[in-house]
Every structure is written in C-alpha cells, then in structure tokens.
Design a protein around this ligand. Sequence first.
Ligand code: ADP
Ligand code: TRP
Length: 321
Amino acid sequence: MRVLSGIQPSGSLHLGNYFGMMQKMIAYQEQQELYCFIANYHAMTSVSDGKTLASGTLEAAANFLALGLDPEKSMFWVQSDVPEVQELTWILSNFTPMGLLERCHSYKDKIARGAAANHGLFAYPVLMSADILLFQSEKVPVGRDQKQHVEVTRDIAIKFNNEYGDIFTLPEAEIDDQVATVPGLDGQKMSKSYKNTIDLFLDEKPLRKQIMRIVTDPTPVEEPKNPDACNVFQIFRLFLDKEQESSLRRRYLVGGLGYGEVKQELFETVRDFFAPYTERRRVLLAEKEELRRILSWGAEKARQVAARTLTKVRKKTGLSY
Ligand code: ADP
Ligand code: TRP
C-alpha cells in the first residue's frame, strides 16, 4: 500500500503532534511504501518571510529524521525540490470546477479568520491534489480538517480519468479515530493556538517549567485521587505500558501521592524519552550540508516516480507532441 502525507513546516512540535501524527507516520515505513514530504509550497499561504520558511523547512526535516524517519526505507523530500508537482497542478486546474473549491471549508475558515483571499489560498486544494496524484498514492493519513481536500482530489482524479482513461489512482483519506486527542496543560486538546503545549526538543529547564504548569485539582497529598480526571496522568500514560499504567493508577487511588512528585516523574520520563532524539536533531541541524544532501537524494528518488506519472499525463493531454 502506498501511503503519502505532507506536513507543513510550522515551527515547534508538541506531544500532540508526536503521538497524534508523527509516531504513526514513522511506523508506516516498516510495512508500507511511505511517501512523506515537507509541504513548503503550501506553507507560502501563511508564511511570507523567506528566512522563516527556509529555516522552518530544514527544521521540519531534522525533526522527522531525528524522530526516526529513515530516508532509506521511505521517500522523504521537500515539496519544492520536485517541481513536477507544479506542472501537474496547472493541468489539474483544468479539471477543477470553481464550485468545488468554493465549497472548501478550510478556505472559508481562513478567510473568516482574516486571511487575505488570494489565489494561492483558493487553489491550495489543487496543489494538494497534485501532491497526492503525482505519486499514485492509495492512502492519505490526514487530520480531520484535511479530509475534504482528499475528497476534492478524488473528484478531480475521476474527472481526469473519465476524459483520458485510468491514469490516476483514486486515494482514500485515513482519519485515525483510534488516536486519542492528546490533552494539553489545561485538559483541552493540546494545540499551539491554545498555548497549552508540552514541546518537543526543549532544554531541561523550560521543559520542567511547562510540565510544572499542568493544571491539577487541590486534593491534599494524603487523599486518594482520580487518575482519569487528572491531566498529569492523562499525559503520563502516553509513555507507559499497561503494567506501568496500572501501577501509577494504584498510587493515585491509595493516596499519599502528591502532584508535585508525579509531575517531577513525568518530567524525567519525557526528558529521557526524547533525549536521544533531541541529540540527533542537534547533530542534524549542526550539519546542514548533510541534511541538504539527504533531502536532495530524497527528491531525486521522488522525481523519478513523479516523472513516470507526468510522462503519461503529458502524452494523454497532448502536451508531448
Ligand atoms: P496545532 O493544533 O498545535 O496547530 P497542527 O494542526 O499543526 O497542531 O497539528 C498537526 C497534526 O498533529 C494534526 O493533523 C494532528 O494529526 C496532530 N495533532 C495536533 N495536536 C494534536 C493533539 N492534541 N492530539 C492528537 N493529535 C494532534
Ligand atoms: N494541507 C496539509 C496540511 O496542512 C499538508 C499537505 C499538503 C498534505 N499536501 C498534502 C497532506 C498531501 C496530505 C497529502 O496538513
């Protein structure tokens, strides 16, 4: 099964991103044909500073590689290093009814929140369709907000295939309801926009500070506590196996466990869990030339796959003559 997903380079990562998306994507490389790319063309719809986009792109790449993405086992590249996707975007535009784009929630939401209504934002789903169709992807793991874009992709592919024969594989979105929402410091969904995150790759001091800010109730130390109503426990369990989880649960239920103590344990657990990744990330970012070499090798491999699709498309559409 060919699985493809793109991730916008958007600065720092938190536990929600890791347990909600990245860990799962990285696991795909063991069993599936994984295609994973940094969607920097898409990021241009919200980032207009060149330096920020460039450094964000390298950081996003370093994050993925540090967390275990293996460029030998998967296709891993930066979107703009495979310019074939732009040619396909133009071609697909001619199979994209205006109404299809006008109905997209994501576009309407962004405009409602004050984004400028430019063509890039409007055509964003066509570029995303090109990402998906260029590589003949079968499965596309995305967050709920992106589901409609995969449906748009299918509509465009069907229209094209009706005209020219079965050129494109019809993709399916994979929305994982199994992955529980990771709660933030205040118990709401962990999200950058709620400022309630525990970030990845922090130094000890700021990491400890974030964890100490987890909201808890005023139950005194000696009293029994309800682990299911405790934000610390809900975050802690992401790092525990079944046995460790029930042992911590028992400590809550018998009383005598202070929130300060359990936060300190959580801090040490998070720190130790990510320490090797943080170190790898530091090394990768200190050797940018090596990082660029990995990315350009990935793009070279991706371009070969892209070229196969595009050759067929150019022939069918008459662009090759
Ligand atoms: P944020 O809400 O912080 O802006 P993004 O929207 O950039 O996060 O998240 C990128 C992906 O990370 C999402 O599509 C989703 O799969 C995953 N994700 C983010 N936050 C969480 C969370 N709290 N729990 C589970 N998954 C999450
Ligand atoms: N639009 C996606 C997001 O913001 C990122 C993305 C771009 C993508 N191209 C893609 C995801 C292709 C899946 C497939 O999350």
